[in-house]
Design a protein. Structure first.
Length: 369
């Protein structure tokens, strides 16, 4: 059934996704989409034309639509395509998920007369990424200019994009990136089956990471940490799940260190929820994160976790997570393979059942300013 058949009673939200390449933000939005009451709220996904991993079939099956626009680097064409699309589909709500770049679609949305324009901060930044930061810092002061509502996945992400004053005045709605908790619980059967599939012994300590091969995720450092750990604990393996531009560079480093037999590159995969059960420790040495959703998933799986101190403290659910500076020896020393179930009280805010109701109500009851 198309949106048009249902438009009188269903709110259509235009979700601005940018370049859909299989990152964490796309997973979060799709997770919300799967759990929405789609008789009340439906999504249109607006993506850049150079997207590579749009789940067309699933979106169509759930009653949604996908629209491709020129990539934002072709700014005049991008803005015109956005404005034309907004006018044609007469949206009431545009929800932009592309951090500092949200200024562009929200400008087009304002021009097209869209009354509710949400800017959603999913990330922060790090001084090491100075080239990207030039663009971010130029655009950041405009983050509130065309938005009517401000959302963020964490306090840190909210303060970063919208400023401390906005946060202190309670102008920012924190929407925690929630997951289906049952899906990520430890599964001994999956552990046994997948370890056999990957040819990993029961006794082997498996350190895992889920994330795209980009500078932000800091695979370079993680390989150094594993090298240090593996020297003292030879019965260990590193599991890397994801794809990206730096993958070949990291593979070359692994080979140079003589770790080829001990590091598994599993590529971009569906069903990562089961892969956490294969691991004994989860590491996230990112140089910045909005929240670090994979860290929440790993803790729900009862994994012992080590994260860099650039990851927001809000990502800690219980005692299972240690924050460490990006120092190879200190980070390695914090790796302790144990499993402890997280106290259920800490999981509530990340339970999709709770947060989907909150988000749905926001869409339905949000007031035009």
């Amino acid at each position: 059934m198309s949106h048009a058949d249902n438009s009188k009673k269903t709110i259509i939200v235009a979700q601005i996704m940018g370049k859909w390449i299989g990152g964490g933000v796309e997973s979060v939005i799709m997770n919300y989409y799967r759990h929405l009451d789609r008789t009340k709220v439906q999504f249109d996904f607006i993506c850049d034309e150079d997207s590579t991993r749009i789940p067309y079939e699933e979106i169509k099956k759930l009653g949604g639509r996908v629209f491709l626009v020129p990539k934002y680097q072709k700014l005049p064409k991008y803005l015109k395509a956005m404005e034309d699309l907004f006018r044609k589909n007469k949206y009431r709500i545009v929800h932009s998920n592309i951090n500092t770049l949200s200024v562009f679609p929200l400008y087009a949305a304002k021009k097209a007369g869209i009354p509710i324009r949400i800017s959603h901060s999913h990330s922060t930044s790090n001084p090491k990424e100075w080239k990207r930061n030039i663009i971010k810092n130029i655009l950041r002061p405009f983050s509130k200019k065309y938005a009517t509502d401000y959302f963020a996945c964490s306090e840190l992400a909210g303060r970063y994009l919208f400023g401390n004053k906005s946060f202190d005045r309670s102008e920012i709605k924190i929407i925690y990136n929630a997951i289906d908790l049952d899906k990520f619980k430890f599964d001994p059967e999956a552990r046994k089956k997948l370890r056999q599939e990957f040819n990993i012994n029961d006794s082997t300590t498996v350190i895992g990471h889920v994330g795209r091969f980009v500078k932000q995720k800091n695979h370079d450092f993680l390989v150094d940490v594993f090298n240090e750990y593996h020297t003292k604990n030879p019965d260990s393996k590193l599991l890397l799940i994801g794809a990206g531009p730096l993958e070949e560079k990291i593979k070359a480093k692994v080979e140079k260190l003589g770790l080829t037999d001990s590091v598994l590159f599993l590529g971009q995969r569906n069903g990562t929820d089961k892969l956490y059960s294969v691991m004994d420790v989860f590491c996230l040495p990112s140089i910045y994160e909005g929240l670090g959703m994979v860290l929440i998933e790993a803790q729900v799986n009862s994994l012992s976790c080590v994260a860099s101190n650039f990851v927001p403290q809000e990502a800690r659910l219980d005692k299972n997570l240690a924050f460490q500076p990006l120092d190879i020896k200190k980070f390695t020393a914090a790796i302790r393979p144990t499993r402890n179930e997280v106290d259920i009280r800490y999981l509530k805010k990340y339970d999709i059942k709770n947060s989907i109701k909150f988000l749905q109500d926001l869409y339905i009851h949000v007031k035009t300013s």
